[in-house]
Design a protein around this ligand. Structure first.
Ligand SMILES: *Cc1c(COP(=O)(O)O)cnc(C)c1O
Length: 425
């Protein structure tokens, strides 16, 4: 028994009893008419925390009042600023503080990681990704293969989805590794697949890849702030993620990067910049690059304070809410939406995201039954009525109730709006 009920009174009672409900008040929910949007698009752009504006104004004020001295005397001194976000970032992704750094953007970090961790040889130069990989990851990987003088037609191995909703079984990955593992230099997989919503077991994937002698890296764009990701314990080699999706740090926010502690003092090649230089001697401005041990050693430039301030605010919220509590709520909230859709919208929508909670995060991918134009019309109807998800060609609507600011009644309103559309066709 699910214990769920499809009534407004039941949903409101769940929200009233939810210990995380007050966090919604810390976010700016976009208006719709006289009310608020039903915002289910945190998988694409997370909402703005109320505290972000003041954090930015504080930095502008410190710049105005203190100018260069704000590096040391600001309310949040700029010199060690990236270290201020480090503890909470590490906590969020299950890492040691020295294993994480906030820098650049996701695709830039992916390239920097591949410079160090994709070291192809004649016998072993392939990269394994999923066939439906996010385009940026695919472009990055193909360009790295070409950069090293190989041909993606031969050196890019794509895992074929083998399950009905376009998801990938562990057996399919195992088979691909058995067949191609010996020639694979790098296995690059998502923590959570952006299109299908499928979540992966990072520990298991790392172990499977390492058993074949491959480097294993993860793209956590849709996993960070959504799932508990035990990065250190997973033993993966590196990971990258962005901060504007579930991490609510604003458009194009500063991204994250993880390098496992066993690579802290790696002799591998890297692209270097002065901010990755050993901190004790950075300002001697010597000619020879000596990397700081740990993830910090991959930094290039001094960090963009105005872009880090929203990340600092956001991570502080995650710290107070706690990823464990968020995940518990998330499983039930998405479980509720899933139950509502299966029991009331079966004639309109098919849930293609795995049903097991350990194989998904908060996002559900919904295939609209019927022709493509009907799907598009439904999506536009929802948007016009302030119910915000996103659309992926040819027939997928993604909705993601996030545990920080979404409610049980949001799930109910989504379903009511779809029913309304279906009834008036
Ligand atoms: C969102 C997303 C990106 C976006 O890359 P940026 O460098 O942040 O523009 C890349 N890869 C995946 C898997 C994503 O989900």
């Amino acid at each position: 028994m699910s214990g769920f009920e499809a009534t407004e009174s039941w949903a409101l009672a769940q929200d009233a009893a939810d210990p995380l409900a007050p966090f919604r008040g810390e976010f700016l929910i976009p208006p719709h008419g006289d009310g608020e949007q039903v915002y289910l698009c945190g998988n694409s752009l997370g909402l703005q925390p109320r505290a972000t504006r003041q954090a930015l104004l504080d930095e502008l004020d410190d710049w105005a009042r203190l100018a260069v001295e704000a590096h040391f005397r600001g309310r949040h001194p700029w010199m060690p600023y990236h270290a201020e976000v480090r503890e909470h970032l590490a906590e969020l992704v299950g890492a040691e503080p020295s294993e994480v750094v906030a820098m650049n953007s996701l695709t830039v970090n992916l390239h920097l990681m591949m410079v160090s961790f994709y070291l192809p040889t004649a016998e072993r130069h392939a990269i394994m990704i999923e066939r439906g990989a996010f385009p940026s990851d695919r472009y990055a990987v193909e360009s790295q293969i070409r950069f090293h003088g190989y041909d993606p037609a031969e050196a890019l191995i794509e895992l074929e989805p083998d399950e009905p909703g376009g998801t990938l079984s562990m057996q399919a990955i195992e088979r691909a590794l058995d067949e191609h593992g010996q020639r694979t230099a790098l296995v690059l997989l998502p923590g959570l697949q952006y299109l299908t919503g499928q979540a992966f077991d990072l520990r298991l994937l790392s172990e499977m890849g390492h058993r074949k002698g491959c480097v294993v890296g993860f793209d956590l764009a849709h996993a960070a702030g959504n799932l508990r990701v035990p990065l250190h314990d997973s033993h993966c080699d590196f990971a990258v993620w962005c901060s504007y999706k579930y991490l609510n740090s604003g458009p194009g926010a500063v991204a994250g990067c993880f390098v496992h502690a066993r690579h802290a003092r790696t002799p591998r090649p890297r692209f270097a910049g002065w901010w990755g230089h050993d901190q004790a001697t950075r300002f001697r401005m010597g000619p020879q690059f000596v990397p700081t041990p740990g993830a910090d050693g991959w930094q290039l430039s001094n960090p963009p304070i105005l872009a880090l301030a929203p990340l600092r605010v956001s991570l502080e919220i995650f710290h107070r809410a706690g990823m464990e509590r968020l995940r518990e709520k998330s499983k039930r909230l998405t479980g509720y939406l899933d139950w509502l859709i299966r029991s009331r919208l079966d004639h309109v929508l098919e849930v293609t995201t795995p049903a097991e909670s350990f194989r998904r995060g908060c996002q559900l991918s919904l295939r609209v039954k019927g022709p493509r134009d009907a799907g598009r019309a439904l999506f536009e109807h929802l948007s016009a009525h302030g119910v915000i998800g996103d659309w992926r060609e040819p027939d997928i609507i993604r909705v993601a109730p996030t545990p920080l600011y979404n409610r049980y009644v949001d799930c109910l309103h989504f379903v009511a709006e779809v029913e309304h559309w279906a009834a008036t066709r």
